[in-house]
Each structure stands twice: as C-alpha cells, then as structure tokens.
Design a protein around this ligand. Structure first.
Ligand code: ARG
Length: 279
C-alpha cells in the first residue's frame, strides 16, 4: 500500500504527501478540510470527549483541556485547522455512534483499545498505557478484589472498569461519568469506585485514597469512523511526529506530572492487545 511506504518519511513530509494523495476521500459526508481530509465541519477538527476525566479531559477557565485534547490539538495543527470540542456521554463515544452520526471527526476520551471496539471504530496507534484503580474513602480497608465482595462498587457506564468489575463478580452501580461516580462515593452511596488509575489521583486531596491497582494492561487510542483512513493516517503521522520531536514527552509531563516511561508512548507496540475484560 502506498500509505505504508510513506510512513518511513519524516512525519511532516509524509503527512503532506499523504494529504495530497488523498484528494478524493471516499466516505466522508462533510466539507473538505486541509489537503483532502474530510471534516464534519469546515475548517475544524471536531472531537467528542467525556469530561470530567482529569488529566485527559477536564474543564479549566470554561474550556476543555487535557492530554487528549492537547494531542488532538497537534493533529489539528498538522492539518491546519482548529479544534472544536464536543462533550458527549462516553457510551456514544466508545460505541462508534458519535462518529457514525457525524457528531465528530475523532473521539479522544481516554478510550481503551479493545477488540470489541475495534469492530466499530478505527483506532490510532496507542498513545497511553493504563490500568484500573480503586478509589475509596481515606482510611477504608477495601484494598483488594477479595475485600470488595458484598460491597457496592461504582463504575462508569460502558467503560473497561465496568467490564472489569463485572468479570470479577462484583456488585456494581453505574454512573454516567467520573464526576457522578466520585460524588456517590462522597455521599456513601457506594463503598468504592473503579476507574482508570491515572484519573483517580486528583481526588486524593479530597479525602479519598487510591487503595489498589489492577493490572489490566490497557492502551488508549484516538478513534475515527471506520474506513476514514485519510484522517487515521494523519493522526498516526502526528503521533509519530510528536514522539520524535519531543512534543509528546512535554505534553505527557505537563498533564501527567512525570516523564513518560518509554513504553508509554506505544512507540514499540505494533498493535494493542488489551486485556481489560478478558471476555
Ligand atoms: N479507559 C476506559 C475505557 O476506555 C475509560 C475511559 C473513560 N473516559 C472518559 N473520558 N470518561 O473504557
């Protein structure tokens, strides 16, 4: 395939050649963006995301910011367009519905690449490694799967954390987003909350602690509508560029607070084979 050969060129050059080569993109419904990538809204890369999910997507001064948004910002920069963020429920993000209805061009929402989702969404190369974690009120002795038996565990609907809790036979209570999940922990409606461990840290100063990590070996990807190879190739080109020019490390450090381990870039990983649910 022609696009494969371009991958060995410097990313920016490859991207511009690729965009030039894809002038007649096939499946898109909207206006042409830069160089033939079709976008749902002219001149903008529209991203669906589900905050609050700090440090990946959260509100600051009336804007949605975070690592996911910053990475999509780099893609937009390479395309020569602006980013528009749309806040939507995670269910429609991970199911492909937001992409299929033209609600957005790309979904960026700490989305774990899973086999089931790969049947509905085309994922970029992985850009972040994740595990599940357990958030409990400070001083709680719930710190293992065994200890959670008979307890009420809050999960975010349609997430890998929900699948993990189900697979472990736990009694779950569903919430539409992380904010509601943590609110329920605060009021005692649930005994513990399960979600990606990287988003739990911001609640530690609020009377909670992260009492366990469950190694699920997940990896995040950006998602596009199935068959939108022009945009997917552009995204992967940008991911290559930001890994090479130091932007990824700088953004990771800015939002995560530590420098990335080399495996966190996903650079050495050809494909994601996550095991969040094993079923
Ligand atoms: N990584 C988990 C999943 O893919 C949770 C993602 C939730 N993201 C969010 N922005 N609320 O299922």
């Amino acid at each position: 395939m022609r696009t494969r050969h371009l991958a060995v060129l410097p990313a920016a050059l490859a991207a511009s050649l690729l965009l030039a080569a894809c002038g007649g993109s096939d499946d898109a419904s909207g206006d042409a963006g830069d160089g033939g990538v079709q976008l749902v809204s002219d001149g903008s890369l529209t991203v669906c995301t589900n905050p609050p999910y700090e440090p990946f997507e959260y509100e600051e001064d009336g804007e949605i910011v975070g690592l996911d948004i910053a990475i999509v910002g780099e893609v937009a920069k390479d395309l020569g367009v602006d980013v528009v963020t749309k806040v939507t429920p995670f269910e429609g993000i991970q199911s492909g519905a937001d992409l299929n209805t033209g609600n957005c061009d790309v979904v960026a929402s700490g989305i774990t690449i899973t086999e089931e989702r790969q049947a509905k969404i085309d994922f970029s190369d992985p850009y972040f490694d994740a595990n599940q974690g357990l958030l409990v009120p400070e001083g709680s002795d719930l710190d293992s799967v065994a200890a959670l038996e008979g307890k009420k565990i809050g999960v975010q609907q349609a997430t890998t954390g929900e699948t993990w809790a189900q697979d472990n036979g736990l009694e779950i209570v569903q919430f539409e987003d992380l904010g509601l999940q943590v609110q329920a922990l605060k009021t005692g409606q649930i005994d513990a909350a399960v979600n990606d461990i990287a988003v739990l840290g911001s609640f530690v100063s609020e009377g909670f602690e992260v009492s366990a990590e469950f190694s699920t070996g997940e990896q995040y990807g950006l998602g596009v509508k199935q068959g939108n190879t022009a945009l997917l190739d552009a995204i992967n080109g940008t991911l290559d560029r930001i890994r090479e020019d130091g932007t990824y490390d700088a953004l990771y450090t800015e939002f995560i607070g530590t420098a990335p381990a080399s495996s966190s870039t996903g650079a050495a990983t050809a494909s994601a084979e996550p095991s969040p649910s094993d079923g």
